[in-house]
Structure formats: C-alpha cells, structure tokens
Design a protein around this ligand. Structure first.
Ligand SMILES: [Mg+2]
Ligand SMILES: [Zn+2]
Length: 189
C-alpha cells in the first residue's frame, strides 16, 4: 500500500449540489437525490472528499467571498446531517479573463490539494459535469468521471476531444449515486 491517500475530487455546481448558474445564496443549496449515501460509500472506502470549484461569480462581482463561504457552510451542514464530511474546498474566485493559474481546466487546485493532503493523483477520481473538469483531471493525472447532471448532457457531446489523451473511455454516470459502482471495479484497488 502506498503511503499516499486517495481522493474523490468533486466539482460543486451540478455535482454535489443541484445546478443553478452563479448560485450565491445558502438557501439555493439543494442536495441531489442519493448524493449523501453515495458519498458515504466513497468515504468508507477511504477516499478524502475534496471540492474543486470555479466561482467566477466573485470575479464578476455577482457575489463575494463571504457569500461563497456561507454557501459552503450550508453544503457542509446539509451533508453533515447524512454523515458526509468534506476535507476541504478549493476555489478559484477569478474572472475568466484575469488569466489566473487556478481556474479549471488548469490542474492547479488539484495539484495544491494533492500536495497539502498527500494524495496520489493516479489513484484519485475527479467527478465533474463540465469539460473544464475533465480537462483539469487529465492535466493533473487523475481519472475524470462525468455526470449527466448539471451541464453534463452538453459536456458528453464534447468528450471526443479528450479521447486521444486517455487509454480508456471516460466513465459517464446519470448521477452521483451511480458512481459508487467504480468502487467495485478492480481499477479502484
Ligand atoms: Mg459544475
Ligand atoms: Zn483562479
């Protein structure tokens, strides 16, 4: 066994909460059906749960860091009721045109999380609903997974462009609940 840990990296909007563009208020937070029990399974299998999110609404002036912190508190509280504990939230607050190095599809937030928590990226997954999630996962060297929730339907039309970078097709699931099937496959060992 490696001394490094495994992580389940998770996009926020359209993955761990229902997708609302530029969601900035705690009362807008809704957990997708089945998401809590699914994350419990991942947690029990030894994966750290780490959220990796672009929040350009801050850079655009739609809401501020305090609003996002309140949303993340609400997410932690709601999932906490189900026994799910997120290890950390990494966020890029920048406007897309700021040219920062953290905005997905850059791998920066994943690399930072891996360093901070001693994570093996090769043994980790990144579940997202957008092409930028897939791009970040590939650039960081972890396994991309796509959900059909949020922007996922549209994203699935665009997966071809990533095919050349991967030996296997990208796993696609209807929702977070279905991703627990990855825990039963030999590649997760
Ligand atoms: Mg998303
Ligand atoms: Zn950034």
């Amino acid at each position: 066994m490696s001394a490094l840990r495994k992580a389940l990296f998770l996009d926020r909007d359209g993955v761990i909460i229902d997708y609302i563009p530029y969601l900035g208020k705690p009362e807008q937070v809704q957990l997708p059906r089945g998401a809590g029990p699914a994350l419990i399974q991942w947690q029990k299998a030894g994966y750290l749960l780490i959220v990796i999110t672009n929040q350009a609404g801050i850079g655009r002036g739609y809401f501020d860091h305090g609003d996002v912190a309140a949303v993340h508190d609400k997410i932690q509280r709601e999932y906490g009721k189900e026994g799910v504990k997120f290890t950390d939230f990494f966020l890029c607050p920048h406007h897309p045109e700021e040219g920062c190095d953290c905005r997905k599809p850059a791998p920066e937030m994943l690399l930072r999380a891996a360093e901070q928590y001693q994570i093996s990226l090769q043994e980790s997954y990144f579940i997202g609903d957008a092409p930028s999630d897939v791009g970040a996962a590939i650039a960081a060297g972890c396994q991309p997974v796509v959900l059909l929730t949020g922007r996922g339907q549209e994203t699935c039309q665009k997966l071809d462009k990533f095919a050349a970078q991967l030996a296997e097709p990208i796993p696609v699931f209807a929702n977070l609940g279905e991703t627990v099937s990855l825990l039963a496959s030999p590649s997760s060992e």
